[in-house]
Design a protein around this ligand. Structure first.
Ligand SMILES: Cc1cc2nc3c(=O)[nH]c(=O)nc-3n(C[C@H](O)[C@H](O)[C@H](O)COP(=O)(O)OP(=O)(O)OC[C@H]3O[C@@H](n4cnc5c(N)ncnc54)[C@H](O)[C@@H]3O)c2cc1C
Length: 468
């Protein structure tokens, strides 16, 4: 049996990678994207200008043959640079050395590289096509609104693959036929983006002292470039990721209600006063604070849970359309890229039985999506609060020592998620065992040297099997 024609809805990060992988395997691919072609119109992202790429995402890019092109513009982030309220900053490394790092990438550039790759492989893009409705008989009939010609265009597909993001229109159409068990849990915190410009773009006279020295030495970045910066402040925080040009995208994460919150910090004067009190060093690096704060919207953060991801063999969801998560582990895209790889491989091997293939995809991926959803929520508390807590830092240091003493057996959960492709659910389960162990060993201790390492070694060997 020849390979069937495939239809992908959504040409964002996951849809474009999936289209590439399917086209490379000889499938015909039509891909419909509501936005204009970003290569002509410029990228209209609407959210998070840059994002962190880790091993799972890198694997997808490698299979698409894109690593050289994409990594040329990526900036290495060795760890979290934690900025404390007294202005002191400290780098907490993510891994053992520079072989265990994450990468800051421009979402727009990455999307364009993926669209180019998909087209080179033979996929047919249809831009300005917004899915409005879909009906299902023995296949799928998709109706798209074209924002340019104002018309409605029908496309008949044997089956539809939905990579149209958290607000997926395909999901709504599937849900109308057979409820998917959708549950959306809002975090109750939102986000707003600001910018630290490249040194050369700072208005004259506004360069803070340290940055002025860096500029004089020919530097481009106002703060350490090879780090993910965090200003943890308990119930809220700011983070900053570097961009290739020398700027940083800053994101403020803040509760939606309560004090302080986006509800109380509701004027420019209050926003400035809030930053002067809690983030004075950061404020001095954002010369266009008022303009950024006024112009950039407050983004909503939520986790999407579904009981079912597919409508037998006629439609299937992947990426954020199936499992949008909060961004605190930097894994939403990475997880979506894993989806794309798994689906392309499954379809390649089993396109003769789509209902089975889609069910198998859901069986393999849903427990992992649920595990990373949970870890992403937990990581918010770690980033905004625990990184400034002495007990957390002690357990973290003990974890690093145990990892050195038991390589391949005790691996920090962050490392399993970020530097390996071990299923998320397995990383979650092993992480829980390790966390209990660290709490037991560190209880009542004020320094890592006080921990009984002989007992620690015995417990590690007893409770953790070696990784394959
Ligand atoms: C603030 C923030 C920071 C993040 N940081 C990271 C990070 O550091 N690392 C990481 O891995 N992930 C991160 N993420 C998550 C990541 O952005 C998403 O997981 C990823 O974009 C999902 O890709 P996707 O293709 O499934 O969905 P999307 O990126 O949302 O793409 C969906 C595409 O479908 C199109 N579309 C939507 N509706 C329709 C329609 N009706 N018809 C046709 N087309 C349609 C859209 O225009 C879009 O192009 C972050 C998210 C946020 C909000």
């Amino acid at each position: 049996m020849g390979k069937p024609e495939t239809t992908v809805v959504g040409g964002g990060l996951v849809g474009a990678l999936l289209a590439t992988l399917l086209a490379q395997r000889g499938f015909g691919v039509d891909i419909f994207e509501r936005r204009p072609d970003p290569r002509e119109a410029g990228y209209a992202g609407g959210r998070s200008i840059n994002l962190a790429l880790a091993e799972r995402g890198l694997h997808g890019l490698r299979l698409a043959g894109l690593t050289d092109e994409v990594m040329r513009l990526a900036i290495m982030m060795r760890g979290r640079m934690v900025h404390r309220p007294d202005g002191h900053a400290e780098l907490l490394r993510y891994g053992r050395d520079d072989s265990e790092v994450i990468w800051s990438l421009s979402r727009g550039r990455l999307n364009v590289a993926l669209i180019d790759a998909a087209e080179r492989a033979g996929a047919r893009f249809h831009f300005n096509r917004r899915l409005e409705s879909a009906t299902f008989d023995d296949g799928a009939t998709l109706r798209f609104h074209d924002d340019v010609d104002g018309g409605t265009h029908e496309h008949r597909a044997a089956f539809a693959l939905g990579a149209d993001g958290a607000g997926s229109a395909l999901r709504a159409a599937m849900n109308a036929v057979r409820p998917l068990g959708e549950r959306i849990e809002e975090l109750g915190h939102g986000y707003k983006e600001l910018e630290i410009p490249a040194l050369a773009d700072f208005p004259a006279g506004l360069l803070p002292a340290g940055a002025a020295e860096a500029f004089a030495r020919g530097g481009r970045f106002a703060i350490e470039r090879n780090a993910l910066h965090i200003w943890p402040r308990g119930n809220y925080m700011c983070i900053a990721l570097p961009n290739a040009e020398g700027s940083f995208t800053v994101t403020l994460f803040l509760p939606s209600q309560g004090d302080p919150s986006f509800a109380t910090v509701d004027t420019l004067a209050k926003a400035r006063a809030f930053f002067e009190r809690d983030f004075p060093d950061l404020l001095s690096l954002v010369p266009d604070f008022d303009a950024d704060y006024a112009a950039n919207p407050v983004g909503v953060l939520a986790t999407l849970y579904l009981d079912r991801w597919h409508l037998d063999g006629r439609a299937l969801l992947l990426g954020d359309a199936a499992h949008a998560i909060v961004p605190f582990h930097g894994q939403g895209m990475n997880c979506g890229f894993e989806d794309a790889v798994e689906l392309a491989e499954l379809l390649d091997a089993h396109h003769d039985d789509l209902a089975w293939t889609f069910a198998e995809f859901e069986r393999r991926r849903r427990p992992n999506a649920e595990a990373i959803a949970r870890m992403a929520l937990e990581n918010y508390v770690e980033m905004r609060d625990s990184v400034a807590d002495a007990g957390f830092l002690l357990r973290r240091e003990l974890g690093r020592r145990l990892a050195e003493r038991h390589p391949g057996r005790f691996v920090p959960r962050y490392s399993m998620v970020t530097f390996t492709r071990m299923p998320y659910a397995q990383a979650f389960a092993r992480g829980a065992i390790q966390d209990t162990l660290l709490h037991e060993l560190a209880a009542g201790k004020s320094h890592v040297d006080d921990v009984d390492l002989a007992r620690a070694d015995a417990l590690v060997t007893e409770r953790l099997t070696p990784l394959a």
